[in-house]
Design a protein around this ligand. Structure first.
Ligand code: ARG
Length: 279
């Protein structure tokens, strides 16, 4: 079941990214009012799945989503401070189906994972990889996307594949699978944990680390925004993204049904296509 093939060295899957204005703001902003920039899907009102009254949520009538909006194209903020991205629009579409108002709480990634475990948010949607360790402390919806851990290096680096990371300083985002894999494979001393992928990439630009290990889609966005960096062809690992919830969350069935409908009617794919252009 678990699809994480560590160090699977797959050729980087061909997803290129639409030219997006990247405005990932600094990591640890406090909760921000939820305003979704452009939700293609939100006009489709609640159709099936569940009526609002039947669902028990952290805040009545609301679907509270914890995220870390420094992770384009899944979640980021516009210059105007509005949230946008694949997870934001997919969550909006799910909330619509459930007849709930989407409330977005932006925080550090590790805090977002904890938030559902502590009953402060109904869901964490943040390009969250399903892992056995996380499954021990939270529940996951069905998967809605595939993630790939990639390696970013400066042009001209002698690091040509994930194996070459041995003996190097590696930047990662705190609490992510990138951090976990790298510490497992290369030791804690080799890995530096940053607040966000963006700050890790800034450290790479400043020569404080030799490489950054991060999910492929944001890696491409960061590299597009930072001349002189590149993403290695060879990937580090393949993963599944899913929506995280508290253990035995009462929302699990409703969320999975909504997700299934959004997959079946093409809404999810349309959201992905809006942010990621196939090569
Ligand atoms: N997929 C990775 C993980 O689950 C990284 C996710 C980071 N997401 C974010 N919004 N910063 O650990």
């Amino acid at each position: 079941m678990k699809k994480i093939s560590r160090r699977s060295f797959l050729a980087a899957a061909g997803l290129s990214v639409a030219a997006l204005a990247l405005t990932a703001c600094g990591g640890s902003s406090a909760s921000t009012a939820s305003s979704v920039a452009s939700s293609a899907a939100s006009s489709e009102a609640a159709s099936t799945s569940a009526a609002a009254g039947e669902l028990t949520t952290v805040e009545a009538g609301k679907l509270t989503m914890a995220t870390n909006a420094t992770f384009p194209p899944y979640e980021m903020t516009t210059d105007a401070g509005e949230f946008e991205g694949i997870d934001i629009e997919a969550a909006q579409a799910i909330a619509d189906k459930l007849g709930l108002e989407l409330q977005i709480d932006d925080m550090d990634f590790d805090a977002a994972l904890l938030s559902v475990q502590q009953g402060k948010a109904d869901i964490v949607m943040a390009g969250v990889t399903v892992t056995d360790e996380r499954k021990a402390v939270m529940d996951f919806s069905d998967s809605y996307a595939t993630g790939i851990q990639s390696v970013i290096v400066p042009e001209g680096s002698d690091i040509a594949s994930p194996d070459d990371l041995a003996g190097k300083k590696i930047g990662t985002q705190r609490g992510t699978t990138g951090y976990i894999y790298c510490t497992d494979d290369f030791g804690e001393d080799a890995v530096v944990a940053y607040d966000s992928g963006l700050t890790a990439v800034q450290a790479l630009n400043n020569g404080q680390v030799d490489a950054v290990v991060i999910d492929n889609a944001p890696a491409k966005e960061y590299v597009a925004a930072n001349p002189g960096l590149k993403v290695l062809e060879t990937s580090y690992a393949e993963e599944d993204y899913a929506i995280g919830m508290a253990k035995s969350s009462p929302l699990e069935d409703a969320i999975n049904s909504a997700l299934e409908e959004l997959k079946a009617d093409g809404t999810l794919q349309a959201i992905v296509d809006k942010y990621i252009t196939a090569e």
